[in-house]
Ligand binder design. Structure first.
Ligand SMILES: [Zn+2]
Length: 217
């Protein structure tokens, strides 16, 4: 799975793996990049006390908070209702690393970051999310990893002549482009064209005068 950020790329970034301790790969990649750049500028590594939180973890924290409210015992004195924490949307981290812990909103804004909760000086979010409530609108999209495509050169015998073609290996089958096939034929024995009017690929074998058509390729 790849995380595709919706945040602006206009703030400088650094390698999260180099400057953040915790699990920066679970955060929005642009947000993590900004935090890493801040760490780089301050000459520190930022330790993430909390980064991405699963909904299960948020539920646990919320239950601990409810228990605190009931009994007055425990260390979790505030927690967002599950589904409403920016941590669950990969857009918040908690850190006690100085000097970041002591920085204010004016200082953080230059890095594209903010501390939206006054009483939580350890909680940092991307600047875009300040004062916003629609978490889904800012959360990174989770996209499937694109499959690596191997290309290779194969030799095909066409009309008795050896011809080199670039082929794509996919699930143990070799695929070549129709147009490459046509171009590889010096005697123009094969013609491939696109008919825009009928939205049809036309394949013509001049030698035999045959024509095939394939629809909507
Ligand atoms: Zn937090």
């Amino acid at each position: 799975m790849i995380l595709k950020s919706k945040l602006s790329k206009n703030y400088p970034m650094a390698d999260p793996k180099k400057y953040l301790i915790g699990s920066p790969e679970l955060l929005d990649p642009v947000f993590a990049g900004r935090l890493a750049y801040l760490a780089k500028c301050k000459g520190v590594k930022i330790k993430l006390t909390e980064g991405f939180r699963s909904s299960k973890r948020q539920q646990e924290l919320y239950n601990m908070y409810l228990q605190y409210k009931r009994t007055g015992k425990g260390s979790i004195k505030s927690a967002a209702r599950p589904g409403t924490s920016w941590h669950e949307f990969r857009l918040a981290v908690d850190t006690s690393t100085y000097p970041v812990r002591g920085m204010n909103n004016t200082q953080l804004a230059r890095y594209g970051l903010c501390k939206p909760i006054k009483s939580e000086g350890w909680h940092i979010q991307p600047l875009e999310t300040k004062g916003k409530s629609n978490r889904k609108a800012f959360a990174p999209a989770e996209v499937e990893e694109e499959e690596e495509v191997d290309t290779t050169t194969i030799t095909a015998k066409m009309n008795g002549k050896n011809t080199k073609l670039t082929s794509i290996l996919y699930k143990n089958e070799n695929y070549v482009r129709l147009r490459d096939l046509a171009e590889a034929q010096s005697d123009d024995a094969l013609e491939v064209s696109w008919n825009q009017a009928t939205k049809t690929v036309e394949i013509k074998s001049k030698q035999e005068g045959k024509q095939w058509t394939g629809h909507q390729l």
